[in-house]
Design a protein around this ligand. Structure first.
Ligand code: GLU
Length: 330
């Protein structure tokens, strides 16, 4: 029998699992953000993976450096230390990546999309969009009516005199599918259900969808764990990744934390903001609370970060959103 040793001994390195937490510093973090940080950390760490922190501060109007600092500080308080990244907030730790410092990489990706004819200029103002866009029946997401796609070169030249255009990705009339690690099989028609989205805004800033895709790919992120509100957007992100020649990560979405009125926890729920929480709870009490809310323990008792990771298992996490009644908790 002929044995081909070169095949047997060929080394197939397994890519390291790399997860990330990607908050936007537009206010002090609240319980929902910390929940997202813990979920992404525990999912990666429970599989022996790495975890990094990326501050998504592209929106220069809403994001502030002091909020970024507080994010780093709140995560350190909980013991969530990135495995890689520039700088060093504590000995042996690593600082976050900042999207606001990465315009050059987004610019390269933008140029490639433009060169390949995959994006087009959009001159619509906010009010034009409201009038012309059709809300998608199932989730209220609006789909751009492609008003600017049919503009002639002369019309565009004239419009550029009075306005700077934004840029949108032209999505094909094609069904996109993927299997989410928690919510299972997903499918959507890119053009009809999702619609052409911004890759660059008229103020020149790159848009979230472009930046998130480029960063995940270049930072070697191969597991994206985040709230289920971003589950549908994974279709366009997977498409954009392929358009840029990158591989898709695996997606795993988790349920949202809701206030008793059914609204998603937000920065408006002041009693669940991290400054208030840190006045009331120790890190292990907060981690234990998260573990209880998400079904990793049967009652609220303190839990170390290591035990949270050790007990983490996607099968125990519910698919339904989780109501948090701050008044009953504290
Ligand atoms: N920066 C986004 C947010 O704070 C999250 C992006 C992501 O996880 O893909 O909502």
């Amino acid at each position: 029998m002929n044995i081909n040793t070169s095949e047997i001994f060929q080394y197939h390195p397994m890519p390291t699992l790399t997860g990330r937490f990607a908050p936007s510093p537009s206010g002090r973090m609240h319980m929902g953000n910390i929940f997202a940080a813990l979920m992404s950390y525990a999912s990666a760490k429970s599989k022996g993976g790495r975890w990094l922190l990326r501050i998504e501060d592209l929106d220069r109007q809403r994001c502030r450096p002091e909020y970024s600092q507080q994010i780093v500080d709140d995560l350190l308080w909980l013991g969530l230390i990135p495995d890689e990244g520039p700088g060093s907030p504590v000995d042996g730790g690593h600082g976050p990546y900042y999207q606001s410092l990465r315009d050059d990489v987004y610019s390269d990706a933008f140029d490639r999309l433009r060169h390949d004819g995959l994006i087009y200029e959009c001159f619509c103002r906010r009010q034009d969009l409201t009038a012309a866009s059709a809300p998608h029946a199932s989730d209220g997401h609006t789909i751009y009516a492609r008003t600017c796609l049919s503009l002639t070169e002369e019309q565009k030249a004239e419009m550029r005199n009075s306005r700077k255009p934004a840029w949108r990705l032209l999505l094909p009339d094609r069904v996109s599918t993927f299997t989410d690690g928690h919510y299972g099989f997903q499918s959507a028609n890119l053009a009809k259900d999702r619609g052409d989205f911004y890759v660059r805004r008229s103020d020149g800033n790159f848009a979230y969808q472009l930046a998130v895709v480029v960063d995940d790919a270049l930072m070697g992120v191969n597991e994206v764990v985040r709230g289920r509100d971003l589950l549908p957007a994974s279709h366009e992100q997977a498409f954009l990744l392929h358009a840029l020649g990158f591989k898709s990560p695996s997606y795993c979405h988790f349920p949202l934390l809701l206030s008793p009125d059914g609204a998603r926890l937000s920065k408006r729920d002041r009693s669940l903001a991290m400054d208030k929480i840190r006045e009331k709870l120790k890190p292990e009490e907060l981690i234990g609370l998260m573990a209880w809310l998400v079904g990793l323990q049967t009652h609220w008792s303190p839990m170390s970060l290591d035990n949270f990771v050790a007990s983490f298992c996607w099968d125990k996490i519910p698919q339904e959103d989780i109501t948090v009644d701050a008044a009953a908790l504290f």
